[in-house]
Design a protein around this ligand. Sequence first.
Ligand code: ZN
Length: 203
Amino acid sequence: MKIICIGRNYIDHAKELNNPVPSEPLFFLKPDSAILPKRNPFYIPNFTNIVHYEVELIIKICKLGKNINENFANTYYNEIGLGIDFTARDLQDKCKEKGHPWEIAKAFDQSAVVSANFIDKKNLNLNNINFSLKKNGEIVQQGNSSNMLFNFDEIIAHVSKFMTLKIGDLIFTGTPAGVGKVNIGDELIGYLEDEQAFKTKIK
Ligand code: ZN
């Protein structure tokens, strides 16, 4: 399986990093080796000094598809989860400066937290999903799917123009404002609606 991540999908987050707002979905990949095994802590890698958390809604693909029409895109996913797109921001800034790919900043081992449970989309209003991230008991990020620049269906239509989506692929749909640095000893807890979706300790 592969992990596709959408960048700059919330205007307030694009602005906090002084990035332009994209005119079509911007995406990059993480390999399956990026998934943080369930209940494992996240160890800050030694090649970076600034790892940021980015809490994001995740779409789980349930049907093989290519060149998917936006009107049928909602038949390609049944479940929504929550995760973190850990980002080595110092490395990403260097990559951006040089026009290099982002993989060393985005695709490293353990950089993808994926919730143990996904919620059936029938139990959600897809245009009004609340999610948040608490760091050490304090809310640091709060989002709602209504604030996405590109909704789930638009994302699926766009990405599948370029690559086949397979059963089990995950799409991280972008992060709202409030990203920040993690430090050893931090505890991150993600909430999808009112349910705790994951808890990750930083070591
Ligand atoms: Zn992200």
